[in-house]
Design a protein around this ligand. Structure first.
Ligand code: XIL
Length: 392
């Protein structure tokens, strides 16, 4: 009864005749009409719903594997609230269809977010819910906040942030593990082997607590010099570049679904530091297993620098990573042109998943006196907010 014409059969067969994507090339994603298989030695790997990429390997599944052992010892932990459970927020918040997050998402991006912490939650909470789709804990998930004393974990602040996010359907970006700042001095005094144990235990403690609930982590923060070389920090002085492998492997094993980032500042133009971070990431990912999923560009900039954002993000996205993000945006005096330029830069770079602004209202900004944020001290949207909204 059923017949199939020769031309229909050819149409069905046609996709198999297409060329294969090259090494590191795109091989899938929303609206993608090109090849969906890769040249030999590479496998098409899902990054997100709008981007798949050919990365080295032959396996049919690219679920990362790790030979790391898990933590040793029995650390204690404290929390003042309810331990968060469930899965990661969808990033849709409670915002209206005209919020900056909703409009950003309407272009296929994941979130336009901000920061929150227990200290700012009661004042800024409603503005965050109404306008943003993601939150990063400003300080409460840093090393010193969680583990001021070795083996004794305080999750009080970070639990509040994760619970707030879950109640309001917000994405969470975790921040941060390997950093030279806001890390207790006792960490720097440890032997290499003790430091390794402490780092693994710390990452395991945080990531197992929030497993499945945090979209991405800044596993490594601010470890590149302006000339592109690796920075001398309390971590690298003891462990050398191996600290990066240790941290990313531990993080991957602790929550295989979390996106693992390296994050830094002054990645705001296509400069030597951008080249350096791309080089380091490609080295770390160079053995066929992707350790680093994303590069975060903090974006603490001044007026005029927004115009370089697109070339910088494009250069970062050329690394062997699945995604990039602007993670800590604030712009001195908040010029509309620069905020609009950064938003448009992320829209123009397919791997860019989102933008996080580092603060809600000016008086809470860490850049005291520069008024770099999108809301004034009465939580009224400033010109840059309205201009960004209009541009999206
Ligand atoms: C800042 C916080 O905003 C301040 O409250 C804190 O005193 C210092 O740290 N790069 C980062 C962020 O990765 O964690 C920093 O946040 C800003 C610079």
């Amino acid at each position: 009864m059923k017949t199939i014409s020769i031309s229909a059969a050819l149409l069905v067969a046609a996709p198999f005749a297409l060329a294969q994507s090259p090494a590191w090339g795109q091989c899938g994603g929303e609206g993608w009409t090109g090849p969906t298989t890769c040249v030999s030695g590479y496998v098409c790997t899902y990054s997100n719903y709008w981007y798949s990429q050919c990365i080295p390997g032959t396996a049919t599944s690219t679920q990362p594997t790790s030979t790391m052992t898990t933590s040793t010892g029995n650390p204690t932990s404290t929390s003042t609230g309810t331990v968060p459970t469930g899965s990661v927020g969808a990033g849709i918040g409670q915002n209206s269809q005209t919020s900056i997050n909703a409009k950003f998402r309407s272009h296929g991006k994941l979130y336009y977010g901000s920061i929150i912490d227990p200290g700012t939650m009661s004042a800024s909470g409603n503005t965050v819910k109404a306008n943003f789709g993601a939150v990063t804990p400003e300080n409460s998930m840093k090393f010193d906040a969680i583990e001021g004393t070795r083996g004794s974990y305080n999750f009080g602040g970070s639990d509040q942030v994760v619970n707030f996010a879950k109640q309001n359907n917000l994405i969470v970006r975790g921040h941060t593990f390997v950093w030279d700042q806001q890390t207790p001095s006792w960490v720097g005094s440890l032997s290499a082997s003790d430091m390794t144990t402490v780092l693994k235990n710390h990452i395991n403690a945080v990531m197992s607590r929030y497993k499945g609930q945090i979209y991405a982590y800044d596993v490594v923060n601010e470890h590149i010099n302006e000339d592109g070389s690796v920075k001398s920090t309390l971590w690298t002085r003891k462990l050398g570049n191996d600290v990066f492998r240790i941290a990313f492997e531990t993080a991957r094993a602790a929550d295989p679904n979390a996106k693992l980032y390296i994050n830094d500042y002054n990645l705001d133009s296509n400069n030597a530091k951008v080249a350096g971070i791309v080089r380091l990431v490609n080295q770390l990912n160079g053995n066929g297993t992707r350790l680093v999923d994303g590069i975060g560009s903090q974006g603490h900039i001044s007026g005029g620098q927004g115009s370089s954002a697109q070339s910088a993000l494009t250069a970062l996205a050329a690394a062997n990573v699945g995604e990039v993000a602007v993670t800590e945006l604030d712009i001195a005096s908040a010029p509309s042109n620069d905020y609009v330029a950064v938003a448009k830069a992320c829209l123009a770079v397919s791997k860019c998943v989102g933008i996080t602004v580092w603060g809600v209202r000016d008086q809470d900004s860490w850049r005291t006196g520069t008024n770099p944020l999108l809301f004034d001290n009465s939580f009224k949207p400033k010109a840059a907010y309205n201009a960004t909204l209009a541009a999206l």
